[in-house]
Design a protein around this ligand. Structure first.
Ligand SMILES: [Zn+2]
Length: 260
């Protein structure tokens, strides 16, 4: 029996794909950046790709005509370039890529797109607003790690913001060989003398090499693969449900709302 997964565009072929009226595409967007001293540069891309694969597989098994697009491996990291070998696209570059991808989907009459984001610095909402009047493709955006706050709370004592307990646990579940936990430190951060920043009501794109000591924010000490698996499963389940719902509903003048 063939191992080709029809829902994975990078694996399938024209012979198969011609037979399938795909209804919804999933586009994962990751990053290439330092993650404390112990996680791979590709952490965000590896994680978002895995979440997307598992969610697409699950949705496909439930009958969704979903196709997974290749993961964009570089994201917006303008403020973290202070750490060696981090790569970055400007938000305007990401917007151009999204425009081109959406235009291809339109060309192929693929009406719905789920953008699955894997990196906090990829603040894509403003880009979605840019796309809004320029395409008929219905675009929905999800930051994968935010979909189940209960699971986040249930599984982690201190999830951490960057390369902490949550991200390290998920990576240990996905590929323990790529986690060198003995290299990690606690991920210390510096306080700002601007009160608004400390109180959280003033915002800056934080210069990461000044804000953090080793690029990490959050302590990875209590991370383990089991927590990572449980959390990932909860997120995958919810994202798969969203894909099924998006797939089922015809696009009419009310999409995605109920009429009347
Ligand atoms: Zn990350």
């Amino acid at each position: 029996m063939s191992e080709v997964r029809d829902w994975n565009l990078s694996e399938t072929n024209l012979g198969r794909a011609e037979q399938i009226p795909y209804e919804i595409a999933v586009l994962p967007i990751g990053a290439t950046e330092a993650h404390n001293l112990h996680l791979p540069y590709g952490t965000d891309s590896i994680q978002v790709r895995s979440v997307a694969e598992r969610a697409c597989e699950r949705a496909w098994e439930e009958g969704a005509q979903v196709v997974l697009l290749p993961t964009l491996p570089i994201g917006v990291n303008e403020n973290t370039l202070g750490f060696p070998w981090t790569l970055s696209f400007k938000p305007s570059t990401v917007l151009q890529m999204l425009r081109d991808i959406v235009s291809c989907l339109e060309h192929h009459r693929l009406p719905k797109l789920l953008v699955l984001n894997g990196h906090g610095g990829n603040e894509l909402k403003a880009l979605m607003r840019e796309l809004f009047r320029h395409t008929d493709v219905q675009v929905v955006l999800v930051d994968w790690w935010t979909v189940d706050p209960h699971a986040m709370q249930a599984n982690f004592e201190e999830p951490g913001e960057h390369a902490g307990e949550m991200e390290t646990s998920v990576m240990m579940h996905l590929n323990e060989d790529l986690v060198e936990l003995d290299r990690a430190d606690e991920g210390e951060t510096r306080e700002s003398y601007l009160t608004g920043i400390e109180e959280g009501w003033a915002w800056i794109a934080r210069p990461w090499d000044r804000y953090t000591t080793n690029s990490g924010v959050g302590n990875p000490e209590r991370a383990n693969a089991e927590k990572g698996e449980k959390f990932l499963d909860s997120c995958v389940k919810k994202i798969a449900e969203l894909i099924v719902e998006m797939d089922e509903r015809e696009i009419d003048e009310w999409y995605p709302y109920r009429s009347g």
